[in-house]
Design a protein around this ligand. Sequence first.
Ligand code: SF4
Length: 237
Amino acid sequence: MRYEGVVYRPPSEAGSLLIQATIGCPHNQCTFCGMYKEKEFRIRSIAEIKEDLNQAKKVYSNTVETLFFPDGNTILMKTSDLVEIIHYAKETFPGLQRITMYGSSKYILRKSDEELLLLQNSGLTRIHSGMESGDDIVLKQICKGASAKETILAGRKVKKAGIELSEYVMLGIGGRERSRDHARNSAKALNQINPDFIRLRTFIPMSGTQLYEEYLQGTFRLLNAHDALQETRLLKS
Ligand code: SF4
């Protein structure tokens, strides 16, 4: 496998084969995210992806049971191309039980219900989606590229197609000012989506990002431990 740059994967994909289908993130504007700053976004060719699967076959033989396609927002690939690499992966690894990728609301919404259903029927098991917040003001502040309404719509589309959905919410991303609204509105959105998994990550300012600069300038105030606990409680209530 030929990996380009740092490859990120969800914690639950720790045991998965990672095959980069996209390089970088097509959005790359979220103010807290520095994951793909050094990469210019591109979609790898089907031939390259298949070559990597072939290489993995030589290394892992038939032991691969779960496969994750990084990098960011692989769901934006043409549906026919996604179907082709999913089918090829299943042929290459007959024991595959789970195939997953990242997809944020902005890109999920570009797929029709029929396309998502086709992906599910082909073998796409799960989409990992970073909603981060269900609060419109926070979503706008962090340049997530989707409103709360769009986030709910996208999540419901995935569920309707029978694809598992893992939603990621970022604790503290509203700072002290929006903490309560962030928690309440995220809970409301999650209740309307009813994802299969909810993963909480705590915001930590990452050097090289816009939000890190805002934090240094004091215009973004981090939660203290007490606030973070309160936010978590509100989110769960
Ligand atoms: S969509 Fe995801 S990968 Fe892309 S910039 Fe935002 S958080 Fe980072």
